[in-house]
Design a protein around this ligand. Structure first.
Ligand SMILES: O=P(O)(O)OC[C@@H](O)[C@@H](O)c1c[nH]c2ccccc12
Length: 267
């Protein structure tokens, strides 16, 4: 079994347990469920947007622990917002990424930026969870869903006022793109083997339908990487490890944004 299959297997158990622990009715009664949503598509398209979707993640299957097990979103999220992140991605998967829904809810109290719930969505229940804990955007991963499931989950997310980021890795997944999807992400990291290749984004971007915002994901480690991807038509850049591996991820983010401005001014 590859890692992605393992994650999905575990996720099925987790979602089944959660549905018992916290019913849909209870989710809908949470105060954040009724709160208004923000749009990542909007902030990404604003003139002068950094395009960066900065991520809070403690660990990953490819790198192990990146930040401390007990690290609070406070070490990153407020600075991500303050220094111009177009959106903020919060990992909520516990077993493989060390995250949880409280991180998402806590982040919602700290910032106004659109929040992406980063998880392995396989069931509509998770969309209600995302809403109940303050997410604005949800992730759907083509590699673990049939095209019909993408369509159904995306339609339901939209009906809940959530935006949808669909993640692709290979051209065989292009058929998963449907009208309900707001943003298309291309993961430079192969989730089955962990190998990273920025050219993956560049190649696949050419085949994407016009009219969808394009997000390059994973393995972006320098301002040069970002500007390279931008020059190839990307609107968004999902970056995690580059910031989270530093003792102070917020300052690392601020410095990164400063360097992009400097490089762009020089060009
Ligand atoms: O830490 P990186 O290499 O900057 O990558 C961030 C993000 O793209 C990565 O965490 C990610 C992309 N797709 C995912 C799907 C599930 C979990 C995590 C991910």
């Amino acid at each position: 079994m590859n890692i992605l299959e393992k994650i999905v297997q575990q996720k099925r158990h987790e979602v089944a347990d959660r549905k018992v622990e916290r019913t849909l009715t209870e989710l809908k009664e949470r105060p954040l469920y009724a709160a208004p949503r923000r749009s990542l598509a909007y902030t990404l398209a604003l003139p002068g947007s950094t395009g960066i979707i900065a991520e809070f993640k403690r660990k990953s299957p490819s790198k192990g622990w990146i930040a401390h097990e007990l690290a609070s979103p406070r070490i990153a999220v407020p600075a991500y917002d303050q220094y111009g992140a177009a959106g903020i991605s919060i990992l909520t998967d516990a077993p493989f990424f060390g995250g949880n829904l409280s991180d998402l809810e806590e982040s919602r109290t700290m910032v106004e930026a659109p929040l992406l719930r980063k998880d392995f969505t396989i069931d509509p229940y998770q969309l209600h969870e995302a809403r109940a804990f303050g997410a604005d955007v949800i992730l759907l991963i083509a590699a673990i869903l049939e095209p019909a499931q993408v369509r159904e989950l995306a339609a339901e997310a939209k009906s809940l006022g959530l935006e949808v980021l669909l993640e692709l890795h290979g051209d065989e997944e292009l058929g998963h793109v449907c009208p309900e999807v707001d943003l298309v992400g291309i993961n430079n990291r192969n989730l089955k083997t962990f190998s990273v290749d920025l050219d993956r984004s560049v190649q696949l971007a050419k085949a994407l339908p016009a009219g969808k915002l394009k997000v390059a994901e994973s393995g972006i480690s320098s301002p040069e990487d970002l500007l390279f991807l931008k020059a190839h038509g990307f609107d968004g850049f999902l970056i995690g490890e580059r910031f989270m591996k530093e003792a102070d991820p917020g300052s690392a983010f601020a410095a990164f944004v400063g360097n992009i401005k400097k490089l762009s001014d020089e060009a």
